[in-house]
Design a protein around this ligand. Structure first.
Ligand code: NAD
Length: 409
């Protein structure tokens, strides 16, 4: 199943429980607008290359479209549609006044020089400038996109439209209108939720709790830091080149330094090398997918040892695996809740830009914690009420909030 087919299956599961009006279902399951653009770039050697770029505006029933931009070789329209749909659901789960959007370019940015990356970003910005804006559609970072890339977008958007609109994207650098805490927001939000779930599900002390994390970027590496600082044991991490395992616990500071110096976590010497597939099946209490979609499927779900899965990545578990994991008594904290800290602080950044008033980091995290823990409580109660998994419960909550905004007259 493709990511978008997975997303629609998840919607169907929730619609059944909600007894959702058939007309509302048909409207909610399709994107408002699909934008495909060409992204021409003059390369350093003087040649031109033309890349494919996308922006999907799924729905804005609850507020402006909101969602990241992914620069990655496997980006395609199906994936962007799924990610845009999940953004609409996610914003509704945490009850912020934003809709769902997502975008990306099919490219491996690691093969570009910095000058080429900037030209690519500016070319893409020119292509989507007519359809974005702080009151319309607000992009943000995602895989292989950074605060610096966001600052190039603001700059180019201002140049081509003549409008000063700092809130046109979020995830900007701090000195260019970013919010304090945005760089750690996704992991921090996941951490607040995880600590509550641990209390409800695992009868162990912190130092006994073993954790594996797939993906060591903005989401995964910050989460590793938070967990170690919180007294937990991170025993396995990975990146695109593979993973490392040490059941006594990894020295995350050293792993980070190794990745900075040598390009990958696999160069860390005090651990055994494992594959990304093996990492998912390690004997741990908690598994945190923080990389790509469709990692946990019906093929490997039965090999997963963790009792709790916290989805920092978007769409790492397919519906067939969800069913198997639920039947096996595992607790999957779904992406639309687990990683919603990122979009929540993006929303705070957007508000700060519009009000031209900036918050202290402690205020950002206090508000984030309140939103994340109350959202978990709401999702948890919904799951118990209907005896369903947390993903279906989160979708039930979100779809009913979105459907309430639909006027069929
Ligand atoms: P990032 O670019 O900072 O890091 C991506 C990480 O994934 C890197 O460590 C990379 O090496 C690793 N990776 C790439 N290909 C891989 C593969 N085939 N197998 C294993 N690892 C691989 O991206 P990020 O922001 O950390 O995003 C990771 C996930 O979290 C994505 O699914 C993203 O949509 C999701 N997410 C991120 C945010 C955010 O604010 N950054 C918010 C919500 C969700």
């Amino acid at each position: 199943m493709s990511p978008f087919e997975n997303a629609i299956q998840q919607l169907e599961n929730a619609a059944k429980i909600l007894n959702l009006d058939a007309n509302k279902f048909e409207i909610i399951k399709k994107p408002d607008r699909v934008i495909q653009v060409k992204v021409p770039v003059k390369m350093d050697d003087g040649s031109f290359k033309v890349f494919d770029g996308y922006r999907v505006q799924f729905n804005n029933l609850r507020g402006p479209y909101k969602g990241g931009l992914r620069f990655y070789p496997s980006v395609d329209l199906d994936e962007v549609k799924a990610l845009a749909f999940w953004m609409a659901i996610k914003c509704a789960v945490v009850n912020i006044p934003m809709g769902g959007g997502k975008g990306g370019i099919t490219i491996d940015p690691k093969l570009l020089s910095k000058a080429e990356l900037e030209k690519l970003t500016r070319s893409f910005t020119r292509a989507i400038a007519p359809v974005i804006g702080s009151q319309v559609d607000v992009p943000a970072p995602d895989i292989y996109t950074t605060p610096e890339i966001m600052s190039w977008i603001v700059d180019e958007y201002t140049r081509v439209t003549g409008k000063e609109d700092l809130a046109v994207v979020t995830g900007k650098p701090l000195d260019k209108g970013g919010s304090k805490g945005r760089d750690r927001a996704t992991a921090m939000g996941g951490f607040y939720v995880l600590e509550q779930v641990i209390q409800k599900t695992l009868n162990k002390s912190k130092s006994e709790i073993k954790i594996a994390i797939q993906g060591f970027g903005n989401a995964g590496s910050v989460m590793a830091d938070l967990l170690v600082a919180g007294g937990y044991k991170v025993v396995a991490v990975s990146d695109s080149q593979g993973g490392i395992l040490n059941m006594d616990g990894l020295d995350i500071e050293q792993v980070k330094l190794t990745k900075q110096a040598k390009g990958s976590v696999i160069e860390y010497v005090s651990g055994q090398k494992i594959t990304n597939e093996q990492l998912l099946e390690v004997e741990v209490d908690i598994l945190i997918p923080a990389a790509l979609e469709n990692q946990i499927t019906e093929k490997n779900a039965h090999n997963i040892k963790a009792k709790v899965l916290l989805e920092l990545a978007n769409g790492p578990t397919n519906p067939a695996a969800d069913k198997l994991l639920f039947e096996a008594g595992k607790v999957v904290v779904p992406d639309v809740l687990a990683n919603a800290g990122g979009v929540t602080v993006s929303y705070f950044e957007w508000q700060q830009n519009l009000d031209d008033k900036y918050w202290e980091e402690a205020d950002v995290f206090a508000k984030l914690e309140q939103i994340m823990t109350s959202s978990l409580d709401a999702v948890w109660s919904k799951a118990q009420e209907h005896n369903i998994d947390l993903r279906t419960a989160a979708f039930v909550l979100a779809v009913s909030r979105i459907a309430d905004k639909l006027d069929l007259h």
